[in-house]
Design a protein around this ligand. Structure first.
Ligand code: ATP
Ligand code: MG
Length: 356
């Protein structure tokens, strides 16, 4: 029997509440399949840990994580701890040091999910956004000159290395080919006359190796409009760090909201562990009340199963999520229900058991 070792970092706010449900669902999948099991090791890192120890994780934390098959993370960040400490001390540090340069966000409207677009059907909203996760506009490069003086100038530089740009675009072509879908590049070559001209050039260059993949290229402003007006245009989408950040929040909104949006930070070469997390934050306003929607965390668990090669179970978990939304017997308040976080998790577990 195969054992997958998973590092669990529940984190802050609603993180632990939703991750508990994801773990429950993963354990249930393993119980139903005699060929694998999970060995979960929980790390109590995050802002509470910071309050006690003055650091977001153990000094040898990265070493501790290195040997795991994957990392399952709730949320980090809490009022009182500045973002640059909580994010750079944990989330961004793991993404960077483990070279998780691909951020994958499924934007897929499941049956029963609330959609603000009145005419959109399930078939219309079904895309996979592949966001560059290691450099670009979020490289942290820039300068602040003449601070406080009349001639003050602030520079924020996007960094697009050949290596970084090629690898994300290549990953996207590979994904589109594997799924037999079109690939859309989202950029802004008309206004960002260095970085995005380069991006467009690399997209075209790499595309010559994938003549079988149908491609489209959109300016980011047009892409934002069409995601609302004609989301069926998009299948696999590849874009930069900043544009991906914005478009995937837009995507989360059209596919049912933050309570449903999942994401994966992937190191495709598998030289380091990849990390799976709901895209929402710690939501301090509802933390500790048992009403957080666990479905985003459960969807991330489904991505984790896919990544481990257990695609059959990844699919089954997603179907269970969909069934729970269609039944409407147990949903959290953000989805119009009155159920608790754990009641929703229990319902997913029963749907999973019934379907297998
Ligand atoms: P952080 O600073 O950690 O990002 P945040 O205050 O920005 O936290 P988010 O988690 O990003 O909060 O989400 C914004 C709001 O959306 C929350 O305050 C909460 O009301 C709602 N929300 C987010 N996730 C969920 C969820 N899983 N279930 C229910 N509501 C949620
Ligand atoms: Mg937030």
């Amino acid at each position: 029997m195969k054992t997958y070792r998973i590092a669990v970092i529940p984190g802050d706010g609603i993180g632990p509440e939703v991750i508990a449900e994801g773990v429950k669902v993963l354990n249930r999948a393993a119980e139903l399949d005699a060929s694998f099991r999970f060995d979960f090791v929980t790390f109590p890192w995050g802002c509470e840990y910071y309050a006690k120890h003055g650091k977001m994780m153990d000094d040898d934390g990265m070493e501790k994580l290195r040997s795991f098959d994957a990392i399952y993370l709730g949320a980090v960040g809490y009022p009182g701890v500045p973002d640059h400490i909580s994010l750079w001390g944990l989330l961004l540090r793991i993404r960077k040091e483990f070279d998780q340069y691909v951020n994958i966000r499924p934007i897929q409207l499941l049956d029963g999910a609330p959609c603000p677009l009145k005419d959109a059907s399930k078939a219309d909203i079904d895309m996979l956004v592949i966001r560059e996760n290691s450099e670009g506009e979020y490289a942290g490069a820039g300068d602040w000159l003449f601070k406080g003086k009349p001639e003050e100038v602030v520079l924020q530089t996007g960094v697009f290395s050949r290596k970084g740009t090629e690898r994300i675009i290549r990953y996207a072509y590979e994904t589109a080919r594997r799924l037999n879908k079109s690939l859309t590049s989202v950029s802004k070559g008309n206004a960002l006359n260095y970085s995005m001209v380069f991006w467009d050039q690399v997209f075209e260059e790499i595309g010559r190796e994938y003549p079988d993949v149908k491609t489209y290229s959109y300016l980011v402003d047009a892409a934002a409009m069409f995601m609302i007006k004609q989301p069926q245009r998009f299948e696999v989408v590849v874009t930069s760090n900043l544009f991906g950040d914005i478009l995937t929040d837009l995507g989360a909104a059209i596919a049912g909201g933050l309570g449903l949006a999942a994401g994966a930070n992937v190191n495709p070469e598998r030289t380091h562990p990849s990390m799976f997390e709901p895209i929402h934050g710690s939501a301090p306003d509802i933390a500790g009340r048992g009403i957080a929607n666990p479905l985003a965390a459960v969807w991330s668990a489904s991505q984790l199963l896919d990544f481990l090669g257990q695609e059959r179970w990844g699919k089954a978990v997603l179907q269970a999520v969909e069934q729970v939304m269609v039944e409407r017997a147990a949903l959290t308040p953000d989805m119009g229900g009155t159920a608790s976080t754990s009641e929703v998790g229990d319902r997913v577990v029963s749907a999973l058991a019934a379907s297998s």
